[in-house]
Design a protein around this ligand. Sequence first.
Ligand SMILES: Nc1ncnc2c1ncn2[C@@H]1O[C@H](COP(=O)(O)OP(=O)(O)OP(=O)(O)O)[C@@H](O)[C@H]1O
Length: 423
Amino acid sequence: MAIPWVEKYRPKTFEEIVNQEEAKYTLASWICAKFKAPREFCTRWAKKKDKEIVEAKAVLLAGPPGIGKTTIVHALAREIKYELIELNASDVRTGERIKQVVGRGLREASLFGYEGKLVLFDEVDGLHVKEDLGGLETIVEIIEIAKVPVIMTANNPYDPKFRPLRDIALVINLKRLSEDDVVEVLRRICANEGAKCEEEALRSIAKSSLGDLRAAINDLQMYLSSGKKILTVDDIKRVGERNPQLSMFEILDRVYRARWFDEARAISFNPSFDWEQYFLWALETIPTVYKDLELMAIAYDRLSKADMFLGRIKKTQEWELLPYALELSLGGISQVKNKPRLPPFIKYGFPQRLLLLAKSKEARRRREALVEYLAQNLHVSKSFVKSELIYVLSAIAKKDHSIIDRLSKALGINALDIKNLLL
Ligand SMILES: Nc1ncnc2c1ncn2[C@@H]1O[C@H](COP(=O)(O)OP(=O)(O)OP(=O)(O)O)[C@@H](O)[C@H]1O
């Protein structure tokens, strides 16, 4: 597989990072004031002497996706010859784990040729503070005692829960890149790839990227895939036309009728593809398409494997597993051995599960309100009400209907609601 251009063209030096001069000056001034760094680098970049910069304990780089936050730290480490110890939100879910990784990184001797170590907590706003057993506190603790530079990045660190990080670190805001900045980088890449790219085409890519250079570079690579050496504005329009909004019926039809694995897999690139919805539809349409039990079993087996990946993603936020789930649920159910010729028209039914959820929405809402009311008034958790109390009350109510009225009076809730819930 071709190397992604976002990696191939990731700037290696401070100089190559486009239009983030202020951020580069501030970051370099902080590093040069507090840590060992090459003289030439400091002379070129460390232009600021503000107290708040030179005394900061750590740095938090903030700004929208794809504008160079991670890149600037990688380039800095290379410029000052520091070894990078990098953690992202999925590594740093628990305080314990953070301490393990950072501690091990700091204890081990640096590889030959490095002057020191630099800790990067990438995308700290990906931390779900409540569930993150101590993640945030541990980062603050590490910053307090660290003798090495600690840098964090975040798309949106302004949520009140990240206040401890903002308080302890110097926040450096990176700018959203302009359309011209993005076009400039794309033009350089075209030249380097030996491709002739129309200015208008590059502008159109830049416009839809909304300043996210990563997205723009990825789009350019897609347009110039399979060795194409010319990019015109018509190519861009054509791809837009090739990717119309599809209904779920059309998506399913394309998946089941795909002739190759890749053809089915590629449907996930359509802008209207919603994998969670698709999954529900796939679950119920397999028997409509495959009448043969053996084929049905194969398709369900693949879908169940995809479901295992999805379960794991939901639990651990390991989003890098999503491609496996998609391959199994698209290519996997489309390409079964000895697939029969499909009839020209297949009637895909609306998933019963969605219908049921829609029908029972009101009942579920009432039940939820009642559970909440019971939990609050009886000073127990909602899960206790759902998992235990309701069964006890229901068993009593089956023998003695008067409990419904008594509960209704005591709690001030309609007797019918209580009856529906318990019986
Ligand atoms: N200012 C920039 N100058 C040059 N290239 C850039 C710049 N910003 C981003 N890029 C390109 O975009 C890619 C993604 O950048 P980077 O990973 O640094 O984004 P980010 O701001 O950290 O985004 P996220 O918050 O999504 O991680 C880089 O590999 C690089 O190719």
